[in-house]
Design a binder for this molecule. Structure first.
Ligand code: ADP
Ligand code: ADP
Ligand code: ZN
Length: 216
């Protein structure tokens, strides 16, 4: 039995943080279109250059590009997938449904991570990540044990994202409300939606997600 879930929520809701915990705990594979796009932009390809500007402004990259990235990854198979930051539009949601059908997979749950907008500014402006292993940290809520050193892998390559500033966050939030939030109703109507309290502590959010997955 494979498990395929979507983590749905605005920028800073905690999707990446919970995806990593689920990878560790359940052997699922995290598919983050944001991470894939950031890898593409550093690869120096033409596509990478095109997406870099769009991402820095906080706008969404075209459906065509992200659907293409997901299609490639689904072909790799595995124990199941955690879709993190995808789908972000109704067109992407329809495309994911078709791709899962084609490969004989099903979608189990869409975890809606509920947070409020004010918390997001603090989440986003305090976020930093390990460039080596991808662990996600926060200046106040999840600092490293030793300043400047990743707890998980010991690397000192800790970085902040170019788009993690208040200006870009405003655009990202608008994009979320205009284009992504309709997915809440979309998956509710498909009987897939499971809300969790994204404002709770990281381990408590993880417990709520586990309860959803084990309740199925
Ligand atoms: P966050 O973790 O803050 O939600 P992501 O890392 O998921 O941000 O995404 C960063 C940026 O990458 C987005 O602002 C957008 O420009 C682009 N992006 C990521 N996923 C998608 C997607 N599914 N569709 C369109 N653009 C995307
Ligand atoms: P997303 O992938 O949805 O954009 P992240 O997982 O990157 O969100 O989390 C955004 C920031 O908030 C990070 O700095 C992370 O350490 C922090 N964070 C994540 N979940 C929580 C939580 N439940 N409580 C407090 N801080 C959190
Ligand atoms: Zn690390």
């Amino acid at each position: 039995m494979t498990t395929n879930i979507i983590l749905l929520g605005p920028p800073g809701a905690g999707k990446g943080t919970q995806a990593r915990k689920l990878e560790e705990g359940r052997g699922l594979m995290q598919l983050s279109t944001g991470d894939m796009l950031r890898a593409a932009r550093t690869s120096g390809t033409e596509m990478g250059q095109r997406v870099a500007e769009v991402m820095d402004r906080g706008e969404l990259v075209t459906d065509e590009i992200v659907i293409g990235l997901i299609r490639e990854k689904l072909a790799e198979g595995g124990n199941g997938f955690i879709f993190d930051g995808f789908p972000r539009t109704l067109a992407q949601a329809d495309a994911l449904g078709a791709l899962l059908d084609e490969t004989g997979m099903t979608l189990d749950s869409v975890i809606e991570m509920r947070v409020d907008d004010e918390a997001l500014v603090r989440r986003i402006t305090g976020r930093f990540t390990c460039g080596n292993c991808g662990e996600v940290y926060h200046d106040d809520t999840k600092p490293t044990a030793k300043p400047g050193i990743c707890d998980v892998c010991g690397s000192d390559d800790l970085k902040r994202r170019a788009d993690d500033n208040e200006d870009s966050l405003k655009t990202r939030l608008l994009e979320y409300y205009k284009k992504t939030s309709p997915l809440i109703g979309y998956y509710y109507a498909k009987d897939k939606l499971a809300p969790v309290d994204g404002l709770a502590e990281i381990d408590e959010v993880a417990r709520q997600i586990s309860a959803v997955l084990d309740g199925k």
